[in-house]
Design a protein around this ligand. Structure first.
Ligand SMILES: CC(=O)N[C@@H](CCC[C@H](N)C(=O)O)C(=O)O
Length: 384
């Protein structure tokens, strides 16, 4: 029986694209994956779940002469974005979309898994279909639940993320840190609401929030080493109900990002100090929740990544490129702190529409090269 064809990969990707589900709620996606994998009926394959992370799936392939266990991880969740691609296989779930390409990630993982179910690997393999990459850190949850114990423990771990800016099918990575570590900011200022005409009788939480948004811009400009870089973005601010009522509360969500954990922790302290300072200055109550969870910097293992780069460079059938680090986050960073491994970008050729755009539409021409690049590299790892 042959590997999955381009047409079969495309059908799978489109099926998955129709049913985007948010972190830890990926029940239909879980069912689809389990049904498909279960239909392959492989004697050396075992499929299991993780009770603490019910939408996760783990697949174990027993090798013919195992020297190690090779892990491959894909994320499976989607985003609360209303799709505007106009595709005929667009999301059927209102307000939710695979706007980060996890449908592509899952499809490539299934293609790689299918290959090794048809060609029993020499080494053992573990495939991890991980919920909650966008938030709620499904990788850390699975690890903390003991999912990678015993035969499920990978000696090396690989994964990919799609990249609309790169040509479809190109694989890119680098030695060292590929993605930033992140910390979610969730902040509420509580003051006293009142009539717009009598500000002296109220305490305006919206004005406090505005001051916070401006002051927090100084964290990157004044506290972060410019050579190392960092990001503080407040992406969401809600305050008040109508123009002639002073807002009694304001809620803000945002993200802190940097390539080094020491910088992330420094930025967390500065954001906390500024929030407390605004609270004291404006007399508003401050409730600040900073969550890093599993979003550690994505640090590629030096030896494994050097091997991957050397292998991909010498294979003329693989379009490989070196690339600079990016401020995207990925909770695969947590798993790469526990197990050595490498994350790569897979180009999906849609440069006008960045990750998280409601119009992002990956080119399916990326699917076969993604599968074959990893099949070749993992087969090479097994010959080491
Ligand atoms: C690849 C990607 O887009 N990942 C997300 C990860 C989000 C981490 C966390 N929820 C945060 O917002 O800090 C990203 O936004 O980079």
């Amino acid at each position: 029986m042959p590997d999955l064809t381009a047409a079969e990969l495309s059908t799978i990707r489109e099926d998955l694209h129709r049913i985007p589900e948010l972190a830890l709620h990926e029940t239909r996606t879980h069912e689809y994956l389990r049904k498909l994998i279960g239909s392959w009926q492989v004697p050396f394959m075992e499929v299991t779940g993780i009770p603490a992370v019910p939408t996760a799936i783990l697949v174990h392939l027993a090798g013919t002469n195992p020297q190690r266990t090779i892990g491959y991880r894909t994320d499976i969740d989607a985003l609360p974005v209303t799709e505007e691609t106009g595709l005929d296989f667009a999301s059927t779930i209102p307000g939710q979309m695979h706007a980060c390409g996890h449908d592509v990630h899952m499809t490539v993982a299934l293609g790689v898994l299918r290959h090794f179910t048809l060609n029993q690997p020499r080494d053992n393999m573990v495939f991890f279909f991980q919920p909650a990459e966008e938030n709620d850190f499904g990788g850390k949850r699975a690890y903390d639940a003991g999912a990678f114990a015993g035969k499920w423990r990978p000696d090396e771990f690989y994964g990919l993320h799609d990249n609309p800016d790169l040509p479809a099918g190109q694989i890119a990575t680098r030695l060292g840190t590929l993605f930033a570590g992140t910390t979610e900011i969730h902040l509420t200022f509580t003051g006293v609401s009142g009539h717009a005409a009598f500000p002296h009788q109220a305490n305006d939480a919206l004005v406090a929030a505005a001051a916070f948004v401006m002051q927090v811009q100084t964290v990157v400009s004044r506290n972060v080493d410019p050579v190392r870089g960092g990001v503080v973005t407040i992406g969401d601010l809600h305050a008040g109900t109508i123009g002639n009522v002073i807002a009694g509360s304001a809620h803000l969500d945002g993200t802190i990002r940097a390539f080094r954990q020491v910088d992330i922790e420094m930025m967390q302290k500065r954001v906390r100090a500024i929030a407390d300072g605004v609270g004291a200055t404006y007399g508003v109550q401050v409730d600040l929740n900073l969550i890093q969870g599993g979003y550690m910097p994505v640090e590629n293992d030096p030896q494994l990544t050097a091997d991957l780069i050397a292998f991909m460079r010498q294979d003329a059938t693989i379009d490989f490129a070196d690339i600079a680090p990016a401020m995207t986050g990925e909770d695969f960073g947590f798993l790469l702190q526990k197990f050595p491994g490498t994350m790569v970008w897979l180009g999906v050729g849609d440069p006008g529409h960045p990750l998280h755009s409601s119009k992002m539409s990956p080119d399916e021409a990326a699917l076969l090269p993604g599968v074959s690049g990893f099949v070749k590299f993992l087969t090479h790892r097994m010959a080491e």
